[in-house]
Design a protein around this ligand. Structure first.
Ligand code: HEC
Length: 165
């Protein structure tokens, strides 16, 4: 009888012990996942800006070549980067100034929809000066953005109707 009681007690104790362990394991896993997330790569403000710089440049060549589909794509890429900055760089105080770019971006979208070259050009001038206004507001006035002069890449065609090879 004593032996049976002993076995019963031992197994109760063991099962309690086992119940304690899984939650500890979960906690360890959660801790390790949290530290993985913390250390995982997140693009910085400057990287998003470098990407915006490329799309700003491509947008110009798409627009002046009346390649409105490409222009739509490029303006949407800029919009996407802006919302990614809000999402991934929320801890940067400069994010508060980002909204100034919204109206200039929508103006260009409307010009593209209307396929209006004069509106596109005016919109692009306003967009570029807003890039610079924000740089000045956020103490990055030394980053001066201009209307592009030469196409950024030799391996992309900005004209409409040229077939890919
Ligand atoms: C929040 C307002 C804001 C707006 C709007 C803005 N920028 Fe910036 N930009 C910044 C800040 C802040 C930095 C510095 C980022 C950093 O810390 O690396 C920057 C940096 C840059 C850089 C330098 C990136 C590098 O690492 O070399 C370029 C190029 C740039 N911006 C282009 C643009 C263009 C083009 C536009 C407009 C289409 C624009 N920016 C609009 C705030 C802004």
């Amino acid at each position: 009888m004593k032996t049976i009681t002993y076995i019963a007690l031992t197994s109760i104790l063991l099962s309690c012990h086992q119940q304690e362990n899984p939650s500890k394991n979960w906690q360890t896993q959660i801790d390790s996942l949290q530290s993985t997330i913390k250390d995982s790569y997140k693009p910085g403000f400057g990287e998003f800006m470098s990407s915006i710089q490329v799309h700003h440049e491509k947008l110009w060549f798409a627009g002046i070549n009346q390649n409105w589909k490409l222009a739509t794509f490029e303006i949407n890429e800029i919009k996407e980067s802006i919302s990614n900055i809000k999402k991934y760089c929320a801890d940067r105080p400069e994010v508060q100034s980002l909204d100034m770019i919204e109206d200039p971006l929508s103006n260009i979208s409307i010009a593209i929809e209307k396929k209006s070259m004069p509106n596109f050009k005016n919109g692009f001038t306003l967009l570029t000066s807003t890039c610079n206004s924000c740089h000045q507001t956020t103490n990055h006035g030394f980053n001066v953005i201009t209307t592009p002069v030469t196409p950024p890449f030799s391996n992309q065609n900005f004209k409409v109707g040229i077939k890919s090879q």
